[in-house]
Design a binder for this molecule. Sequence first.
Ligand SMILES: Cc1cc2nc3c(=O)[nH]c(=O)nc-3n(C[C@H](O)[C@H](O)[C@H](O)COP(=O)(O)OP(=O)(O)OC[C@H]3O[C@@H](n4cnc5c(N)ncnc54)[C@H](O)[C@@H]3O)c2cc1C
Length: 548
Amino acid sequence: MNRNENIRRLKHENFDLCIIGGGASGAGCALDAALRGLKVALIDQNDFAAETSSKSTKLVHGGVRYLEQAFKRLDFAQLRQVRHGLEERHIILANAPHLARPLGLITPVFSWWEGLYFRIGMKLYDWFASGKDHLPGSRWLSKKEALRRMPGLSHNIHSAVLYFDGQLDDARYCLALAHSADEQGASVANYLKVVDFQKDTHQKIEAAQVLDTLKGDSFLIRAKLFVNCTGVGADQIRRLANPGRGLRIRPSKGVHAVLPAGVLNSTDAMLIPKTKDGRVVFAVPFEGVLLLGTTDEPYLNPEQEPVLESAEIDFLLETLQPFLAAKVDKKDVYAGFGGLRPLLAPNTYHSNGAMTKTMLRDHEVEHDSSSGLLSLLGGKWTTYRLMAKDTIDAACKILGISAACRSETHLLVGAAGWTAQLASELHSTFGFDYDICLHLSQKYGARAHQVARLAQANEEWKERILPQYPFLKAEVVYAVREEMACTLRDFLARRIRLEITDWQQTLAATPVVAQLMGRELGWSENETQRQMADYISLLDFFISKTHA
Ligand SMILES: Cc1cc2nc3c(=O)[nH]c(=O)nc-3n(C[C@H](O)[C@H](O)[C@H](O)COP(=O)(O)OP(=O)(O)OC[C@H]3O[C@@H](n4cnc5c(N)ncnc54)[C@H](O)[C@@H]3O)c2cc1C
């Protein structure tokens, strides 16, 4: 993905579709449309997946809680949602097996009756799955088995129920979607913000004025149709296109606190089915740590990045503690992150901060016939492909194009030729330590060879960025040259995920990454220092918010 070359095309060519927003929804739409042969532009005001799409719980699921609610309320729309999630689960796993994998989830129970209730629920969940993904079925675990699989569990449990869903590296999956769209001919660029629309004499949008937030210049992108995939920013774009539109998105904040993996000491995740205020909380192993979340609170200032706060850690730890053998302490929190769900209000609403947790995470494709803007609203990561299909079906109808969706079986960048043996192959071919090879295989898929070859070309690039992590210095160079990384945060938060797993180690890695990135991007020494200082003060801010 070459940003300069793509921007040149964005400035000079006319597109069928200009997709605004490079999260799961927008990147998914761009790939779907490019696969149908449309001429596509995909832009984001920030990095790909910089907002909600890198801050999820990373589950590929139908949602056991939604299934429970569907039965309790006899809500068929919710049941359909669960079914869609379960149908998409195997497609997400199959199209990028290096970035998504099956995940066991354990629900500890404290009585036989509770066990029976969850056993029946999980059996129904199995039954609703399409059967195409070959995930193991659920089962009731004895106390002994549960403690063997998850040694960190409290000895007060009666037993546990185990079921399976999927897990993905959300930021890298989104990047793989954008990268795959680029490979199919889409012009893809990050750090381009839509600031205005230009309309024709019939008040239809004919161009978007975009600001290059890295360079400061602005230009027009011309397309037959503009597709709004801006998540919690969707209402702003809808109103930019047509100031008369009411609000449809109700942002809801969800946070995760990051704990040492040793707290559960398991490759399985834990589902806490009911918190004191009726939510579910997950404790999920990811990249050598444990993600504990999430919360669900209305958020009234979506312009401001949501961050993990001290009181939220207290709530999450209080919820987790009864399920643990050992005491977990606030000072064990390594890092954390907050995201905003783009929940879809059933009708137009006027912000009053009402409860959001009972709202269904459904999606909707809205066509504003007066401005021509097409908006994809709501949704969740798991159903990104279905959401994209619905949107591009609608776009094709508007443009009078007949082209079938082809995304179901399209392997994403890095997936073709990838096998679980790749790490061993890299180890014998390139001689890097096994942990490095495993990391390269799981992040770059079959493209790991390219990263390994780059590392071999330069003595410095062969080195680790930090002694105790498998990240190579070559990855910084690769991320700039091949994955459009433009800032320290692009690399540290979204290309290698260190920022969301350990803030102190991120601080330690920052000077190393800054020097390498600065050289690749031609930053002056002053610019390198400025980038470093800005990023360090952001991390310091995150850390300060976790202290009471
Ligand atoms: C805490 C939490 C946990 C979650 N867990 C799960 C889970 O486990 N499984 C699951 O399936 N789903 C989960 N979700 C839901 C899922 O993450 C979201 O539904 C999904 O990521 C939304 O993607 P999106 O592309 O619509 O929005 P975003 O990822 O927010 O993307 C929108 C993009 O638009 C860009 N943008 C905005 N304005 C402009 C502009 N003017 N010009 C250009 N670009 C612009 C933004 O920079 C942003 O990158 C979770 C959500 C949260 C908050």
